[in-house]
Design a protein. Sequence first.
Lengths: 223, 223
Amino acid sequence: MTPTLPFLDEIYTAKKPAIAVDVVLFTIKNDELHVGLTKREEEPFLGKYALPGRFVRYDEPIETTAKLALQLKGGINPETVFFEQLYAFGQDLNRDTRIRTISLVYYALLNIEQLNKSGKNKFQWFSTYKLPLLAFDHKQIIDYALANLREKIAHSAFAFQLMPQEFTLTELQNAYETILDQKLDKRNFRKKILELHLLKDIKKQKSEGAHRPAALYSFIRKR
Amino acid sequence: MTPTLPFLDEIYTAKKPAIAVDVVLFTIKNDELHVGLTKREEEPFLGKYALPGRFVRYDEPIETTAKLALQLKGGINPETVFFEQLYAFGQDLNRDTRIRTISLVYYALLNIEQLNKSGKNKFQWFSTYKLPLLAFDHKQIIDYALANLREKIAHSAFAFQLMPQEFTLTELQNAYETILDQKLDKRNFRKKILELHLLKDIKKQKSEGAHRPAALYSFIRKR
DNA sequence: ACAAAAGTGTTCGAGTTACACCCATGG
DNA sequence: CCATGGGTGTAACTCGAACACTTTTGT
């Protein structure tokens, strides 16, 4: 590619860093934001928890790697998940103790409906406030992803990805409050959300408990 | 790292994608936004223009790779440049025709003063409106970086990175107008910028032409 | 009838936009 | 003295924040 390489062949023979994809998979359980982790069954970091990850194979597009990580590590159908590339971690040469590895980090949002549907989920879910001991630099990665998620969600509208097909405005508001970790004003929230014209009133009601039933909505953009 | 690998050793022996860093280096020349490119002297894409890039060596932190790309390809002192990671391109397996390559893209801002100072600049500068034929997927990368630059600059204040040490408010406004490709209101611009308290009136004046001289400012954050 | 969550408008302040004239200088 | 860009304030509007009561249901 460049005159700075002594020999053209070097690009084929040079010792290369490994490249991996790690996915920070968020969902909401019991009104708390959770991250999906798996317990390592090998060294290094045997017994510690880790983000679902996978080395990028030579003939694998990176999004495919991300999807395979979710599927193989977590038994989750990746087509039911929203995900987006976040950042490449590759500054620290010893992030991985085995081999120099650059990690492309994706974050993903899984809705609660999907989570309960897929019986074969292999993840263990941890509240973002009570994370276990983590392998590699995965703690920093999660912190970074979390800060980013908060920032984005405040300005865009993709919290829908965490919701089931049908939901009430109060449920949606709870999701926002959980992620942002702050109370929101009901009237302002509804005004703002409805002005986006992303929700469809599906003319159904959800009755639960001794109070007025809530209108059900669904997100207009189909997945 | 994972039970999905048949043998532990595979991570050492498996055929790996190559990882490169490419830098989209912006500057402003003649009131137009320009990108720094170099002409390829080898196949593939011999004679086409390309972003300064470099393969990530096994023991090179990725920011170091980015800096080396600027230095070796462009003869530019990377410490005089502001840069930030943008996105990893690795979806298309044939981006690079020689070897499967994942590219970590950085964008960088070079101020005009630096540009003129460094006599050994090896870049050719192209207006973002008149780009030449580009190698690989570098056209898409530049488009992506440009959209991102516009978005960020409208909400943050790092256009300072494109300015010389001392500049007038009109010059700064021109930089914003050039990047955003739209006229801004002089009074509103000044009000907004000065309220950020990032500028220091250095009590000097710049006289040029038959009109009132302009006050010179400098950016408070030192580089 | 009462408890419990759903649903609904208005006011206030802050920040953004639009807009026009005088100032200082060189030629 | 005039042409040129430098420099300044105010009014209108928009957007987000604060805030309280009525409605509908189950028990």
